[in-house]
Design a protein around this ligand. Structure first.
Ligand code: AMP
Length: 146
């Protein structure tokens, strides 16, 4: 690869890897054997969720087919729950590959954001209170279970 499209090497100490290993807390929305979904702490809209594979993938280039399929099916569950909980149709599915695109955490993840492309808030800027995130995570988890 040339210098301009050089990829970051997977770091076992990245923040999402630490969530998967149980070393740091998060507000869980859904989990299965291949994926984990949790609340984004600096949401671009109310109810912003991240879905990650349980695979060491920096970005889309690394993602194995079975994990790609599993992530997409988890995204579908989360998106349907967001529609129900936030009583809106519009959910943005977003995923950044590489620093140049604005990626800040180098463990592949999909953003699911109850918003519109015309109203989307700024990326990873404003942190939300834990109790608000816990409340939304519980509502989304309940909607997925039902
Ligand atoms: P990206 O820039 O696409 O890599 O997105 C990384 C996302 O992770 C941003 O939306 C951040 O707000 C979010 N984020 C960073 N740290 C945490 C954390 N500890 N818990 C939940 N979300 C996080």
């Amino acid at each position: 690869m040339s210098q301009n499209n050089k990829q970051v090497t997977y770091d076992d100490n990245n923040i999402f890897a630490k969530m998967l290993s149980g070393d740091i807390p998060y507000h869980k929305v859904y989990e299965d054997d291949k994926t984990l979904a949790f609340m984004d702490i600096m949401p671009q809209a109310e109810g912003h969720v991240l879905v990650i594979p349980k695979q060491k993938a920096v970005d889309l280039a690394d993602l194995e087919p079975e994990y790609a399929a599993a992530v997409l099916m988890t995204c579908k569950k989360v998106m349907q729950a967001q529609r129900q909980v936030f009583e809106r149709e519009g959910i943005i599915q977003m995923q950044l590959n590489g620093t140049q695109a604005g990626q800040t955490v180098f463990h592949y993840h999909v953003h699911l954001i109850p918003s519109s492309i015309h109203e989307l808030g700024r990326h990873a800027v404003t942190q939300v209170e834990n109790d608000q995130l816990a409340d939304m995570a519980e509502k989304l988890a309940t909607a997925i279970e039902s």
